[in-house]
Design a protein around this ligand. Structure first.
Ligand code: FES
Ligand SMILES: [Fe+2]
Length: 376
């Protein structure tokens, strides 16, 4: 995050749906390039480290506080100099006569913000009614040294993104690498070379990368059970008569899933609707082994997106970076050798921003999406 005035972030108001619960706050000030979410909130961090998320229109005459001056203890509207702290309290109305009490009668609506594992969550619902933060997520219980968060913008409906993520069959194809790398050569690219680290367990005394298991055992037996807040999906891949690979995906409705990437790493992914055809995904990597190298992971991710709106460099405009030579020799899809996020991006965007599900054919291997599309 940039300092000074640019430290202000306009958290894109994402419409009624996002206003009803604690969701990641997103956006950049002022939005450039990406889709224009309703620009109704401004986010900043004061010098004491407190986040302030305020209504974006100045309560004086409505000028845009996302262009305000960051003055350490608050944000000052450049129109007539009114200043507000992180709680929305009015600190100064400098054009008013000395001794004016106007400030005491003015308050900008502020929204509580929680920082969890590198992601900001805001309660945009009724004032004073913020519920407790949801419990039970490893990614939020883990020490910050063991998590890494990032995000990206996809041009699709949020439900499409959710369904692709929980689909247990697709790693065998969409994320297939035609050759395996030595397990110790993944290096610092754990964020891009997902699935190429070792699975739990061993096969004949040998550790296998997850991608090899997915590739060689590509007909998973999929089952799911309803849980209080979603589904637990189980994908069984029998490897021998007495050895079965078990992969469990947790789907937490309406927009979150947790998937295992390797023996020691999971991803929790949250899909935040910007509007009907744009979605921000938030991924939180959680290490169950040692600390993660946040800087290396962040640098890896920054190669593939453009700030400030986290727009992927690949997309429909450049065929998502498709390369026929790569498809012949390296990846099943022909893109994403260094960044498998582009695999999922292609899957969710290439079908169209809002896919007409009535034209599809059900199949056993993709039954995980049936309940979410409401057709069974
Ligand atoms: S509109 Fe903001 S101080 Fe006047
Ligand atoms: Fe995927």
């Amino acid at each position: 995050m940039r300092r000074g005035a640019a430290q202000l972030l306009a958290a894109g108001g994402a419409g009624r749906r996002v206003r009803s619960a604690a969701r990641p706050a997103h956006g950049a000030a002022p939005a450039q390039g990406g889709p224009r979410a309703r620009p109704d909130l401004v986010l900043f961090k004061d010098d004491a480290g407190q986040w302030g998320l305020l209504d974006r229109d100045c309560p004086h005459r409505g000028a845009d506080l996302a262009f305000g001056r960051h003055e350490g203890d608050g944000v000052r509207c450049p129109f007539h100099g009114w200043k507000f702290d992180a709680t929305g309290r009015c600190l100064e109305t400098p054009a008013e006569p000395t001794g004016s009490k106007l400030c005491d009668r003015v308050r900008q609506r502020s929204y509580p913000v929680l920082e969890k594992s590198g992601v900001l969550f805001a309660w945009l619902g009724e004032e004073g009614k913020a519920p407790p933060f949801p419990a039970g997520f490893d990614c939020f219980a883990a020490p910050s040294t063991h998590t890494f968060a990032f995000k990206g913008l996809w041009h699709c409906n949020w439900l499409q993104a959710f369904e692709v993520g929980i689909d247990p069959a697709h790693p065998s194809f969409l994320h297939r690498f035609l050759q395996d790398e030595a397990l110790d050569s993944i290096g610092e690219n754990a964020a891009g070379k997902q699935f190429r680290s070792a699975s739990a367990g061993d096969f004949g005394g040998e550790k296998w990368p997850m991608t090899r298991i997915m590739r060689e055992f590509h007909q998973p037996e999929i089952s799911f059970e309803a849980r209080p807040r979603g589904l637990r999906l189980q994908a069984l891949r029998p490897m021998t008569d007495d050895l079965t690979h078990v992969r469990v995906t947790s789907a937490i409705f309406p927009q979150t899933f947790v998937i295992p990437l390797s023996e020691t790493l999971t991803i929790t992914q949250i899909h935040l609707p910007v509007d009907d055809t744009h979605t921000y995904w938030y991924s939180i990597f959680t290490s169950f082994a040692g600390p993660v190298d946040k800087e290396a992971m962040r640098n890896q991710r920054l190669q593939f997106i453009s700030l400030p709106d986290y727009v992927p460099n690949s997309g429909r405009h450049n065929n998502w970076g498709f390369n026929a030579d790569e498809q012949r020799s390296q990846t099943y899809l022909g893109m994403g050798e260094e960044d498998i996020n582009v695999h999922d991006q292609w899957a969710v965007e290439s079908m169209g921003a809002i896919r007409d599900r009535t034209r599809e054919h059900r199949a056993r291997a993709t039954r995980s999406s049936w309940p979410t599309v409401g057709c069974c």
